[in-house]
Design a protein around this ligand. Structure first.
Ligand code: ADP
Length: 553
């Protein structure tokens, strides 16, 4: 007798009941407000009723208590009659569809079958077979079979259709697994009806819910089914807790009993903490993900706006350049006397017009440079250049300007010739010119002057432009090289400035693999602008560096 009680067919429903109950409670508790979790919980309840009832029925059968066998078999049907519409309802919710008339019709039929199953029109008499017993199906049960399989096929079809319309491969696999789980649960599980028709098969149907629970469990872990993420940890903890709980009952004396109980309680407590911290971590991660998604969107939006702005600047400045060049040309011709001799006052006024036009030309050139930088269209021509020569040219250009401002302009050359640099010399000259131009602009007339120094500095060449001018307050130093950045006091000295020169210069120098920065001891104490260019032996190296720089922006 004892031997047969632990026989496999009896263990099947018990094992399955534990699995399904555990999974059902777990899924339900994870999100009580979600219809999908609630339906899953309910589906589990009716399956557990079936499994538990079957277990009790087998025990009653082993004890030879026929009336109890019938009692438990009728108990089973209390849950079973609700399986079809419940499962179908679940499949609709899963496919993001609302409950339809078929669902409600199914629930009504279930209630009718519930009453019918209490009568002998549903089941009556007993069929005993090798592995158990079952009541015998009557006319009501035949109709129930049609009802059952109709809804199960509707369920499978709903999931199949949902899967077919999905694009995402991973989602497809996930739904395939869900379909497989439900197919096994109902079709293999459905074999459990055979004994009602007096076919005594081995109760393989009772293991179907275990397989169902395993597949669903796997789908939860692997594909985040039902949006449960801590499943693996919780299953593991559940396992450890079960083992340590069982361990308590194998204690040999009171001391051991107490010790193991305390151990079990401690594990329980720490498991609780662990799960809570994992969940908190997960929700933080999700929040972060959400925020970074939003940020990426905002960034995208900004980039688009920025592009539109650059496009606008580019078009506007191109359109401005042509008439400005024409104005410049005609004024030059007039000043040269090509349209007849002019009175000295006229020449004076025309000179003013010329220099105003020049300012505009420079501004447009700066704007064009900016739009070239931002759209990545600024081109660089790397070649061998002698930095001393470049500096000499700059000095030659500014000698007169410095004199006009009653400032000295000193050029400190190195004693030894410097190694040649592989740079875009035209661009570097433009930057140095701009620095010298600024140094003159921002130094009060007759108050000192400007020094341009070139020297070797380790593996680099340094070009320093220092002046005795108005200097730069410490607070302004970090913003100097930003776009449209102008010092607070500078507008007094140079009303036409735009705050673009240094920004463009910085980009040009960095594209040459170099660095540029400013130093000043404070307002009124002069400034130093330093350019550092690496000594590169090969052109390819310079180009590679440029490419790296471009990739970075
Ligand atoms: P702009 O001269 O047209 O304003 P820049 O980009 O060339 O634009 O310079 C940005 C700012 O840096 C200037 O407005 C000024 O405040 C400051 N600056 C540049 N060079 C000097 C200098 N030599 N001495 C003091 N301040 C300077």
């Amino acid at each position: 007798m004892n031997q047969s009680i632990i026989s496999l067919p009896i263990l099947f429903p018990l094992l399955s009941a534990v699995f399904v109950l555990g999974l059902g409670i777990f899924v339900f508790s994870k999100n009580v407000n979600n219809i999908l979790n609630r339906l899953f919980g309910l589906v589990s309840v009716v399956f557990v009723m079936w499994l538990f009832g079957t277990f009790m029925m087998f025990i009653a059968n082993l004890r030879g208590n026929d009336s109890m066998v019938i009692f438990w078999d009728r108990f089973i049907y209390i849950g079973v009659v609700f399986m079809p519409p419940l499962e179908y309802h679940f499949s609709l919710a899963f496919a993001n569809r609302k409950a339809n008339k078929l669902v409600y019709f199914g629930y009504i039929l279930s209630i009718l079958f519930l009453f019918l199953s209490r009568t002998d029109y549903f089941v009556s008499g007993l069929f005993k077979y090798r592995w158990g017993a079952h009541t015998v199906a009557q006319i009501g049960h035949h109709f129930f079979m049609i009802f059952f399989f109709f809804y199960i096929f509707a369920l499978l079809f709903t999931l199949y259709k949902y899967r077919r319309d999905l694009e995402d491969r991973q989602e497809q696999t996930k739904i395939f697994l869900v379909i497989l789980a439900f197919a096994i649960l109902n079709l293999v599980g459905g074999l459990g009806y055979l004994p009602a028709y007096q076919i005594g098969v081995f109760p393989v149907s009772l293991i179907a819910p275990t397989i169902f629970a395993l597949i669903i469990g796997y789908t939860i872990i692997k594909y985040n089914f039902l949006e449960i993420k801590t499943f693996a940890t919780q299953v593991f903890i559940f396992f450890i807790l079960s083992v340590s709980f069982a361990d308590v009952f194998f204690s040999n004396n009171l001391n051991e009993y107490i010790l193991r109980s305390v151990f079990f309680a401690a594990i329980g407590f720490f498991s609780f903490l662990l799960i809570r911290s994992i969940e908190a971590e997960l929700s933080r991660k999700e929040e972060l993900q959400l925020m970074s998604n939003k940020l990426a969107q905002a960034n995208d939006q900004l980039r688009k706006l920025d592009n539109a702005k650059s496009e606008f600047i580019s078009i506007a400045s191109h359109q401005l350049r042509t008439p400005l060049t024409a104005i410049k040309g005609f004024i030059s011709l007039m000043l040269e006397g090509s349209y007849g001799k002019m009175a000295p006052e006229q020449v004076d006024v025309l000179n003013k017009v010329y220099s105003s036009n020049e300012r505009l030309v420079n501004l447009v050139e700066d704007l064009l440079n900016i739009s070239r930088i931002e759209s990545g269209r600024m081109e660089f021509q790397f070649d061998k250049w002698k930095i001393e020569d470049i500096c000499q040219e700059v000095i030659d250009t500014f000698v007169l300007r410095a004199k006009e401002h009653k400032l000295y302009l000193e050029y400190k050359k190195p004693d030894q010739p410097l190694p040649e640099l592989i740079i875009d010399g035209v661009k570097v000259r433009e930057v140095i010119s701009n620095l010298v131009d600024n140094a003159i602009k921002y130094t009060l007339e007759g108050k000192g002057g400007v020094t341009l120094k070139v020297e070797q500095w380790g593996e680099s060449i340094r070009v320093t432009v220092s002046d005795t001018g108005i200097g730069i307050p410490e607070s302004e130093l970090p913003y100097l090289f930003a776009k449209f950045s102008r010092g607070k006091d500078t507008s007094r000295l140079n009303t036409g400035g735009t705050g673009l020169g240094l920004y463009v210069g910085k980009t040009m120098i960095e594209n040459n693999g170099g660095k540029i920065w400013a130093e000043s001891d404070g307002a009124g104490l002069g400034s130093r602008f330093i350019i550092e260019l690496p000594i590169v032996k090969h052109k390819e190296e310079a180009e590679e560096r440029l490419q790296k720089f471009i990739n970075k922006i």
